[in-house]
Ligand binder design. Sequence first.
Ligand code: NDP
Ligand SMILES: Nc1nc2c(c(=O)[nH]1)N=C([C@H](O)[C@@H](O)CO)CN2
Length: 235
Amino acid sequence: MTSPILITGAGQRIGLAIAHHLLRQGHDLILSYRTQHAEIQELESLGAICIQANFIDNASIDHFINQIKQHTSCLRGIIHNASSWDCEKNNPDFASLFDDMMRIHAKVPYLINLACSKLLTVTPDKTDIVHLTDYVVETGSPKHIAYAASKAALDNMTKSFASKLAPQVKVNAIAPSLIIFNQNDDEEYKAKTLKKSLMEIEPGSKEILNCLDMLLSSSYITGRTIQVDGGRHLK
Ligand SMILES: NC(=O)C1=CN([C@@H]2O[C@H](COP(=O)(O)OP(=O)(O)OC[C@H]3O[C@@H](n4cnc5c(N)ncnc54)[C@H](OP(=O)(O)O)[C@@H]3O)[C@@H](O)[C@H]2O)C=CC1
Ligand SMILES: Nc1nc2c(c(=O)[nH]1)N=C([C@H](O)[C@@H](O)CO)CN2
């Protein structure tokens, strides 16, 4: 087994697309999933090590980290993809929402990066940490205040970990705007959202895969955020 890449939240959508993309490239994978999606069985049949993890408290994060270390003594990369796009409108308990957003988007990457950084330095080759953040790190989001703040924390940690882990480990962020809609998005929301960018398309996971390929193949880019947002900042 080559040094595996760790992906969090790989059971659906972008995380699932990343998992299949890296498997097709010949990488070994360790991945986390929360819900037992049918796709998990296929990933296991393709050789991925799939670990069920719901990051609801410190103990669950620690348990996941221990399971990683039981499966491998080295890592080629870590991709922090797991995320909950939750909002104040759906959560009147703002304190719990804030804690949940900070846990999944900042505490989980923080603890995994610190606990697994040595695994990224076992081989002499350059290795990578990639944080999936969000366009709203630049602008804030009045409808997703805690979500945006937690993604901003993750964005900031990109710089801290890049400095801490250089030169062997490169640490970068990918900041998407609309990539793929959700199943329950109605036509009115879709039309309004498409208009928010210059490109006015729903690009799909391929845009993230292209960006990931660039970062993993670079020997020089670190501490940076690659915006994948269709020119939304110019609208
Ligand atoms: N989709 C888009 O257009 C955009 C996406 N992004 C970012 O890109 C990344 C991927 O987006 P997308 O594919 O839509 O993400 P999803 O909303 O599909 O969530 C990704 C995964 O996170 C997992 N997850 C959520 N909460 C927890 C938890 N408490 N513990 C463990 N796992 C959890 C889910 O697991 P499960 O399904 O197993 O329950 C899910 O599969 C995210 O970081 C997102 O913020 C940013 C901007 C736009
Ligand atoms: N975890 C998630 N984060 C985000 C999602 C999502 O579906 N899951 N979706 C978005 C939107 O596409 C937004 O970028 C455009 O309305 C943001 N984050």
